[in-house]
Design a binder for this molecule. Sequence first.
Ligand SMILES: Nc1ncnc2c1ncn2[C@@H]1O[C@H](COP(=O)(O)OP(=O)(O)OP(=O)(O)O)[C@@H](O)[C@H]1O
Ligand SMILES: [Mg+2]
Length: 305
Amino acid sequence: MDAIIARNLQKTFGPITAVDDVSIAIPEGGIFGFLGPNGAGKTTTIRMITGVLTPDAGSVRILGTDVQEDPLTAKLKMGVIPENGTVYSDLTAEQNILLTAKFFGMDTADRRKRAHEILGQLGLLERRNDLVRTFSKGMRQRISIACAIVHSPPVLVLDEPTTGLDVYSRRLVIDTVRQMNRGGSTILLTTHNIEEANALCTTISIINRGKIVATGSPEKLKKTFDTSRYVEISFDQPVGPALFFAPFITRAEPWGDKWRVYTDDPDRAVKHLARVAERDHLAIVSIATSNPTLEEAFVQLTTGA
Ligand SMILES: Nc1ncnc2c1ncn2[C@@H]1O[C@H](COP(=O)(O)OP(=O)(O)OP(=O)(O)O)[C@@H](O)[C@H]1O
Ligand SMILES: [Mg+2]
């Protein structure tokens, strides 16, 4: 069964179409990433999926429960980390977690045990009795995550969980997400960090101006953009563009002290470049081929570059 199904979601704010016919299906156990520039519609989509915002059109099911028809049941199945965390500043770290656990109906013994476990996991045990008001941004974010996972939800939804975090906090958050996933939770997250999406997600959707422009595994999305491959080469003396004329070379442009030669067949391009260098008595100082990156796919899809 799919853990999250969103069908044809639509949301406008006045003249702005924030989300335009967005559909996603995330199988149980998957880690799905929403990637898109600022204002693309990620948070609006997440808010509709988690039942915070009513869509103008479309529907959402969380493990078979319709979010609009039965919001309480749907919400009990989810752990949510919203874009702007909702931790209580005037409670301590531990009180925040215990309160959330109580809200989700866990009994007292379970609450204490689980709070202790999570505080340890997120490196906050020593600060458990401090007011959250005195916490740094990264520590607040970790409390936000602690509250979202306290009831071991089968579905975990995170809106930019690692933005603004240092390497240590980021790793803790990612490890926690991975651990929840290994324990069986389905994950939906948004991120600006392409490498993070690449490393973490089984499927990614790239969203731009409210619309999904591509969906696939990180590797599949990269392959779609194979044509953006290039060879970077430099010679011991200046050369002109004429050197790079060949049917399998799309274009060549100066790139610092090198030339960047775009091609859909790097193997042929390298052999060709070696031949013309030999012919024209040029020494090759450096040569390297690039593989398409997810970042290139992202930039092409969201800027039309
Ligand atoms: N409550 C609101 N009222 C009016 N416009 C809104 C509201 N919420 C979102 N929008 C608009 O909807 C569009 C999508 O915003 P959204 O917050 O979903 O983007 P995002 O992809 O999460 O961006 P970011 O990466 O900056 O978090 C934007 O143009 C935004 O101004
Ligand atoms: Mg957002």
